[in-house]
Design a protein around this ligand. Structure first.
Ligand code: SAH
Ligand code: MG
Length: 211
């Protein structure tokens, strides 16, 4: 098979025991590894650190791969709140962050993300960095909820904007695809923020909330 540009660059980096452990645990549990792509994981760490974010919110934890990437970018007193529907996944993610020495930074809220987003709003939490990576049909809603919890200048990242090519395939008209098309258009056009699309891997959207 021809090597992709993504695989070429991924191959330049040394292996990462803490991230490899996540893949191992997912495999052992018989779970599909749909963790964020390696290059976007590195980008998350980079952006959290570069923006000086101290409070990050993740929607969709799975085995903790992106959680590790986000928490690594935070300062010593930083906090990661992660919303996860499945309690077993949340436990696996916390175990993997703990093994990576990052467990004390993380808080997992189990249940429907939409319900926990309301709770976060009620308890007055705000965030400097967001990573949207849960059920795709709700991306438009998650974007609005993140904007409500965002500090001025906050960054919102969202994974899988290409849905393995379905987003750009006119024949695909399922609810997730339609939601992502609407989401992607909002990223491009909404004046409440600056939006940018990265087409590598499965696509990533970035939003900078206006200060
Ligand atoms: N961000 C992870 C991958 C997340 S995969 C990483 O890159 O490492 C998507 C996750 O979203 C799954 O763990 C799934 O259980 C969770 N999820 C799906 N629907 C959800 C919902 N309605 N509320 C909260 N979490 C949800
Ligand atoms: Mg993803």
């Amino acid at each position: 098979m021809e090597r992709t540009p993504e695989a070429y660059f991924d191959g330049l980096y040394e292996s990462d025991a803490d991230l490899d452990r996540v893949a191992d645990r997912l495999r052992e549990a018989g779970m599909r590894d749909i963790s964020v792509a390696a290059g976007y994981g590195r980008l998350l760490t980079f952006l959290v650190a570069a923006t000086g974010a101290t409070r990050a919110l993740e929607i969709g934890a799975l085995g903790g791969y992106s959680g590790i990437c986000l928490a690594r970018g935070l300062p010593a007193n930083g906090r990661l709140v992660s919303l996860e529907l499945n309690s077993e996944f949340a436990e696996m993610a916390l175990a993997n962050l703990t093994a990576a020495g990052l467990g004390d930074k993380a808080e997992y809220l189990v249940g429907e993300a939409s319900a926990n987003l309301v709770k976060l709003k009620e308890r007055g939490d705000t965030f400097d960095f967001f990573f949207i990576d849960a059920d795709k049909e709700n991306y438009p809603y998650y974007l609005e909820a993140c904007l409500e919890l965002a500090n001025p200048g906050a960054i919102i990242a969202a994974d899988n904007t290409l849905l393995r090519g379905k987003t750009i395939d006119e024949k695909k008209q399922g609810p997730s695809v339609r939601a992502l098309r609407q989401f992607n258009l909002t990223i491009a056009r909404d004046n409440r923020f600056q939006g940018v699309h990265l087409p590598a891997y499965d696509g990533l959207a970035l939003v900078r909330v206006k200060a």
